[in-house]
Design a protein around this ligand. Structure first.
Ligand code: GLU
Length: 420
């Protein structure tokens, strides 16, 4: 689906197009394919919130349960000014494939609220979070749909949402939401899980490609939860050198390497990574095209498109963001020999530890950090090799292979249930 220059594709159409490619390769029965092209359920809500000024502002929110054949819907909630129902649908579809590719017994869902959290006070954010659960709580629950953090939502927001849901049902239900603070039933290791799982896939990709990660340079787009922890853990675990990072305000570059903690402290002080001492400014667009070994898009969707993919020559693209690459760009990267670790494989560590959190909540017994790390590594390593094996067997790129692995698993569950 080619786009006019400067125009972003509808992310849900991108998600459907990616599915179509895999469906064809898998020879999926038409009714299975048709079922998987659409969300099973969605709820659109209106949320009134009393602002600090005293006025009541009306927000729009969504929750999409894309597919729950393999288990309760699972997926984060985003607070973003540009949120749309189609981004939430796409993200819910990707959650379905993500849970399936790491083989956890959960389906896919996603939520979103159209708002600008950066311009809201803490009190306003709390009332919005509680208001969202007031409206959407009727379709949530540990056995039906389990949200989590995503772009601009935090453990504190999960805590308010858990509390609000618990009030609705009259008792504490920690398993209704994951990514909670530790004191409320969060799991050890959930904070850096998205990046840590991604690092495991980068490690295995380097092994497969014969790259020594301790000599590799890295550029990271985004400095939220995924981007910051990637900047910390890629050097810590694999010895890589992070030379560029960015956020929504712009990027910074230092060929001698950037200290992730010092950059974080600077961002916390000034609200951006820009201006960090000893670094040169670099735009988000230039960061993506930087000459380096590993590129980790870790912010928002559709930043790698047919208009810039041809100029990107890293050895590995590790997609910590959801949906950063369009299908046209995928073909260009594949032709140019760039090894892409696709989003719903690369960033599946977050939901994997969310699954561990949900298990611990439902079981009432909590694990040590080394147990979480061991099981996360096991899940990510198995998923990486399932996908790599599929790619090699069918001579397709890693994204199509990941879809083939995931879609086949969801389709099998639907068939066994007698749905299709
Ligand atoms: N929002 C994260 C993602 O896109 C985590 C989802 C979860 O933990 O349920 O994978």
């Amino acid at each position: 689906m080619a786009q006019a220059p400067g125009m972003l594709a509808n992310p849900f159409q991108v998600a459907q197009e990616q599915l179509d490619i895999a469906a064809k390769k898998l020879n999926l029965a038409p009714q299975v394919h048709a079922f998987l092209r659409e969300p099973m359920r969605e709820l659109h809500v209106t949320i009134p919130v009393r602002m600090d000024s005293g006025e009541v502002k009306i927000f729009k929110g969504f929750r999409v349960q894309y597919n729950d054949a393999r288990g309760p819907a699972k997926g984060g909630i985003r607070f973003h000014p540009q949120e749309t129902i189609d981004t939430v649908r796409a993200l819910a579809a990707w959650m379905t494939w993500k849970c399936a590719v790491v083989d956890i017994p959960l389906g896919g869902g996603k939520g979103g609220v159209i708002c600008d959290p950066k311009s809201m006070s803490e009190g306003e954010l709390e009332r919005l979070s509680r208001g969202y659960v007031n409206q959407v709580g009727r379709i949530l629950g540990p056995e039906t749909d389990v949200p989590a953090p995503d772009v601009y939502t935090t453990p504190q927001i999960m805590a308010w949402m858990m509390d609000e849901y618990s009030k609705l049902v009259g008792h504490t239900v920690p398993g209704v939401i994951t990514g909670k603070p530790l004191a409320l039933g969060g799991s050890l290791g959930r904070d850096d899980a998205t990046a840590r799982g991604g690092v495991h896939t980068v490690r295995d990709a380097c092994k497969h490609l014969g790259i020594d990660p301790s000599k590799a340079t890295v550029a990271i787009q985004g400095y939220g939860n995924a981007g910051y922890f990637a900047a910390k853990l890629l050097p810590e675990i694999l010895g890589c050198k992070v030379v560029a990072v960015s956020d929504s305000q712009g990027g910074i570059y230092n060929p001698r390497g950037l200290d992730s903690e010092a950059v974080l402290a600077h961002k916390q002080r000034t609200s951006s990574v820009v201006g960090f001492r000893g670094s040169k400014p670099i735009s988000n667009a230039d960061l993506l095209e930087l000459d380096g070994d590993i590129l980790a898009p870790s912010a928002l969707e559709e930043v790698i498109t047919e208009s810039n993919a041809g100029r990107m020559k890293p050895k590995i693209i590790a997609e910590l963001a959801n949906g950063p690459t369009t299908p046209e760009a995928d073909d260009i990267l594949y032709k140019n020999g760039v090894f892409v670790i696709p989003d719903f494989l690369c960033n599946a560590g977050g939901v994997t530890v969310s699954y561990f959190e949900w298990v611990q909540n439902n079981y009432g017994l909590y694990w040590e950090l080394d147990e979480v790390h061991r099981l996360l590594d096991k899940k990510m390593t198995k998923a990486f090799h399932d996908v790599l094996g599929m790619a090699q067997k069918n001579k397709v790129h890693m994204r199509t292979a990941a879809y083939m692995v995931a879609v086949a698993r969801v389709a099998e569950a639907m068939k066994l249930r007698g749905w299709v």
